[in-house]
Write a protein that binds this ligand. Structure first.
Ligand code: NAP
Length: 442
């Protein structure tokens, strides 16, 4: 048997994910070599503190603080440090040196993907980041490779486990947002500073990556409209539940054509992250706890769903090692082939041009003719009502009756809906607009 060649693997970072990648590289060396067609030799691990206690027992001599030198001598570089710098400079240096790069850094790829891809294309090497979106779930390669012969029309993703855990807690226990967040922090699902998760920034970075691959166009972070879950209340969740819906934070990328957009947005892709009502029978409604899932609609394949663990050291390491073996094969066989195409060139639509259904909660005076006035106002703005439900409340002290009105609309543009809500607020019979939430999957 011919001796396999050896490829040097530099690992940058040895935290939650990096430590597990190092462990698997050492423990499964023979299996990985057989699959890659080359021995994958861990040549060093760059960290900030070489003496820090690690989750895994690893040979001390592998550790270094000199990431620059480690990268220069590697065939394959795995970046698992996170953050923009020095990760960006080290990845660019690796690519310029002809090394293939595997990273899990969604923030960097979403912010500076075009520069990294340009460098990888110039050097003719592979740049891959399966771990950057939905952790262990194989989703980027299925979109890029398996669906290369199809046309994706829509992607709906639960891509942030922290927010899914919080919304799921609120749904199952009736908790308020603050209490569900505290529980997520106690169980280690949320960071001490949860801003990136609860404000939707983490999901927005993943939405930009999913949209770019799905629509063969590079979408930047600023193309993603982003709303987090901090304003979702227990009352919103209860009302949604009552109407047969569940609230999820979705990353959405969908192609809309001119006929769909009433605001002159034209054909393009709407990329957005926001709390969304889903019918309880929708496949994504069954994604509980900190799990992730991505639901894809394609012209020929129809509906597809990918489900699994969106985070965690070992699950995420699985995605990293998949990319690593694929990159090693490209080095063994010669030439990476094109990893992504950007021939789509569709424009990103502004949020006003997004088209979806809406749930609107209204607190209204209990008077005759109110429903008709509201319905007429919706019709005047071109927003058609699918469901309208009224519940009467009597205030125990004042004995005054008011009505809670819940409306679900047919698909309409954001601009039309915003104008309708503004007009509704001006009616003298409206006490307050209690919620306006987008609905998918109806
Ligand atoms: P982590 O636990 O914070 O580990 C970061 C590692 O990078 C540490 O070992 C740290 O060294 C090292 N590091 C940071 N800055 C460095 C610098 N300037 N120079 C040298 N080393 C440096 O991070 P993680 O959770 O493993 O995540 C790594 C990447 O994977 C991130 O991009 C993250 O977004 C992505 N990711 C993570 C998950 C997950 O479940 N954790 C899931 C999907 C994707 P010290 O140990 O010496 O401090």
């Amino acid at each position: 048997m011919t001796e396999l060649r050896t490829l040097k693997v530099a690992l940058l970072g040895c935290g939650n994910v990096g430590a597990q990648v190092a462990r698997i590289l050492i423990e499964d060396a023979d299996t990985l070599a057989a699959r890659a067609g080359a021995k994958l030799q861990l040549s060093g691990i760059a960290v900030r503190n070489v003496h820090a206690q690690r989750d895994v027992d690893l040979p001390q001599e592998l550790f270094t603080t000199d990431a620059d030198t480690l990268v220069k001598d590697a065939d394959l570089v795995i970046e698992l440090m996170g953050g923009i710098e020095p990760a960006r400079t080290l990845i660019l240096s690796a690519l310029r040196n002809g090394a293939c790069v595997v990273t899990g850094n969604k923030a960097l790829v979403a912010q500076d993907g075009p520069t990294l891809h340009e460098e990888a294309d110039k050097a003719g090497v592979q740049l891959s980041y399966e771990a950057a979106v939905a952790g262990a779930i194989p989703i980027l390669r299925p979109i890029r490779d398996s669906l290369a012969g199809d046309r994706i029309t829509r992607v709906l993703g639960i891509v942030n486990g922290t927010t899914n855990f919080i919304l799921d807690q609120m749904d199952t226990t009736g908790a308020q947002f603050a209490d569900a967040l505290a529980e997520a922090q106690r169980l280690g699902y949320a960071e001490a500073d949860p801003t990136a998760d609860v404000e939707g920034h983490d999901a927005a970075a993943k939405a930009a990556i999913l949209a770019s691959l799905s629509f063969h166009t590079r979408f930047a972070l600023e193309n993603v409209h982003c709303e987090g879950i901090t304003s979702v209340t227990a009352a919103d969740i209860a009302a949604a539940k009552d109407a047969g819906f569940v609230i999820k934070l979705l990353a959405i990328a969908e192609k809309l054509n001119v006929a769909d957009t009433e605001t002159g947005g034209g054909e393009g892709v709407s990329v957005r992250v926001h709390p969304t009502l889903l019918p309880r029978e929708h496949p994504l409604a069954a994604v509980h706890g900190a799990f992730n899932a991505v639901f894809i609609e394609a012209e020929n394949a129809g509906e597809l769903m990918f489900y699994g663990q969106g985070a965690g050291g070992t699950p995420t390491a699985s995605a990293v090692l998949g990319d690593l073996v694929s990159a090693a094969r490209s080095l063994v066989l010669g030439g990476p082939g094109r990893t992504e195409t950007t021939t789509g060139q569709v424009s990103a639509l502004p949020i006003d041009a997004a088209v979806t259904s809406y749930y609107i909660g209204l607190d209204v005076a209990d008077q005759p003719g109110v429903l008709a006035r509201i319905a007429q106002l919706f019709a005047e703005h071109g927003v058609s009502i699918e469901i309208m439900r009224q519940t009467i409340h009597r205030d125990a002290e004042s004995n005054v009756e008011s009505a809670e009105l819940r409306i679900v609309t047919h698909r309409a543009s954001e601009a039309a809906l915003a104008a309708t809500v503004e007009a509704v607020k001006g009616l003298d019979v409206i006490n307050s607009v209690t919620s306006v939430l987008r609905v998918e999957g109806v």
